[in-house]
Design a protein around this ligand. Structure first.
Ligand code: NAD
Length: 497
């Protein structure tokens, strides 16, 4: 069985712990690989390597850093199909979706290529007589990233390209469920000329994560994953003196006003709810139908949902692939049953779905639940699967109150032809990313990604300008080149004249 190992100091390092995790092909249900779980000593070795690499990378010229990043972007472009195949084989998402993930990750490499412009400092001359003030940003040192299963290439690329462009060195701990993409990203970075030790990958579980959080030589931690772990990462990271950004789970609402184009809204609801089998942190998991739109909208969504083609991700005919594990598939399915028992109408029931020839795959059909009570588990919890809840609201005010009561605030969207209502929604809604007739408003690379409330713990969003701020520390330098005639003793507090 193939073992996925660590990448430390620019080379493959076999795991020595004797502990491994299973890596499945979700379309067949078979364990095809195993991933090494790092020990504390192995994490320490990666951090020591990264610390040594920082000595030279931290002061490498901007021209040198961008030369590597431009080359890296070219290599990713040349290998995008291969990376997407790795993703499909371990995550299960369909190939076109995996390609989209690689493209969105490359967007951040492209952002990182513009690092000379992004870290440019500020200078104020003559703030006082013969005094100038300069503000510069410098790297932090060794920083770590801990990433989830659902975007095994894109989410790591939200982090390390920006971090290394800023002059830091990086230790990545990818999801143990689909670790190969991260490993390949690190290999390609080495091929692009990134010096050994600047980007390291340690595979593992809680043992590796906890060591990264405790390690005195780690300056900052970026995390993306579920809310309970995000909260844990923030608290433990802060306890150990680290800068932390920890992005958590979500329950994204799509508000549909009566004046919206309902065919367009139904298409977008389908794409955003069932794409990647609903395993996206920006998936629409709740449609809020306002006024009398509900019956017609639910009918249109149901008709489309019943026609979706579900199958292995490497079959070009499949529109949706399997879920990540058997346990997760079964948990997602249980929400359909509990919603029925708790008063929802099950309009489309995807439970018990099998794909011919792939009976052991982790497949689940798509489900549509209507008139879901807000007290139902299916509404209150993050399901992270192909289950779309519809909640009815009489007015816009009821709908916005519902959204703003959610414990999460990652993404949200409004569908309407009314510019005034859309503008009001943008200002009133409590979420970090808002779409107007756009169901998955993931910001482009040069804006930052992040939610509010239980969807993000920390002060910085990820990538864009926030990413630069997170991975650098500011320094302000006040300079005077005195004229000998100014010299004299004055014990008063310096004031500006
Ligand atoms: P997860 O929280 O289970 O795992 C994320 C990472 O944390 C993995 O690397 C895992 O090994 C590690 N981890 C898990 N349990 C741990 C523990 N007890 N102690 C220390 N480390 C631990 O998340 P997941 O299931 O891989 O990913 C799905 C979740 O991620 C969903 O909740 C989804 O909404 C969220 N997500 C959020 C965003 C965002 O941008 N806000 C993006 C993608 C995914």
């Amino acid at each position: 069985m193939k073992t996925i190992n660590h990448w430390i100091g620019g080379k493959a390092v076999d795991g020595a712990s004797g502990r491994f995790g299973p890596v499945y092909n979700p379309a067949t249900g078979a364990q095809e690989k195993q991933v090494a779980f790092a020990t504390v000593d192995e994490v320490d070795a990666a951090v020591a390597t990264a610390k040594a690499a920082f000595e030279t990378w931290g002061t490498a010229s901007l021209a040198r850093r961008t030369a590597v990043l431009f080359k890296y972007r070219e290599l990713l472009d040349a290998h995008r199909d291969e990376i997407a195949e790795l993703i499909t084989a371990e995550h299960g998402k369909v190939h076109s979706d995996a390609l989209g993930e690689v493209a969105r990750g490359m967007e951040i490499v492209e952002l990182a290529c513009s690092i000379p412009q992004l870290v440019k400092g500020e200078l104020s001359t003559q703030v006082s007589t013969r005094v100038d003030v300069a503000a510069i940003r410098q790297p932090l040192g060794v920083v770590a990233g801990i990433t989830p299963f659902n975007f095994p290439a894109m989410v790591p690329m939200w982090m390390f390209p920006v971090a290394i462009a800023c002059g830091n060195t990086f230790v990545l701990k990818p999801s143990e469920k689909d670790p190969s993409a991260s490993y390949r990203l690190a290999e390609l970075a080495a091929e692009a000329g990134l010096p050994d030790g600047v980007l390291n990958v340690v595979q593992g579980d809680k043992v590796a994560v906890d060591r990264l959080l405790e390690h005195p030589d780690i300056a900052a931690v970026s995390f993306v994953g579920s809310t309970p772990i995000a909260k844990y990462i923030q608290l433990k990271g802060i306890e150990h003196g680290k800068r932390v950004q920890a992005l958590g789970g979500a329950k994204n609402h799509m508000l549909v006003l009566p004046d919206a184009d309902l065919d367009y809204a139904a298409d977008q609801a389908i794409n955003a709810a069932y794409g990647s089998a609903g395993e996206r942190c920006m998936a629409v998991s709740v449609v809020v139908a306002v006024g009398d739109t509900g019956d017609e909208l639910v009918g249109k969504i149901a008709e489309r949902a019943r026609g979706l083609k579900i199958g292995p991700g490497n079959d070009a005919a499949s529109e949706m692939g399997p879920l990540i594990t058997r346990e997760h598939r079964d948990k997602v399915a249980s929400y359909v049953d509990s919603a029925r028992a708790q008063g929802a109408e099950v309009v489309v029931d995807g439970t018990g779905y099998t794909v011919e020839g792939h009976e052991n795959g982790f497949f689940l059909g798509v489900s549509l639940l209507d008139k879901v009570p807000v007290t139902a588990d299916a509404y209150r919890e993050e399901i992270f699967g192909p289950v779309l809840c519809v909640v009815r609201a009489e007015t816009y005010d009821d709908a916005i109150a519902l959204i703003n009561n959610s414990r999460w605030g990652n993404g949200t969207a409004i569908f309407t032809r009314d510019g005034g209502a859309a503008r009001r929604f943008q200002l009133e809604v409590q979420a970090g990313m808002v779409g107007v007739n756009v169901p998955i408003p993931v910001p482009v690379g040069y804006h930052s990604f992040g939610g509010w409330k239980d969807s993000l713990f920390g002060d910085h969003h990820i990538y864009g300008n926030d990413g630069i701020a997170f991975y650098t520390q500011g320094k302000v330098i006040t300079t005077r080149w005195p004229d000998p005639a100014d010299s004299g003793i004055n014990l008063g507090f310096p004031s500006n004249t």
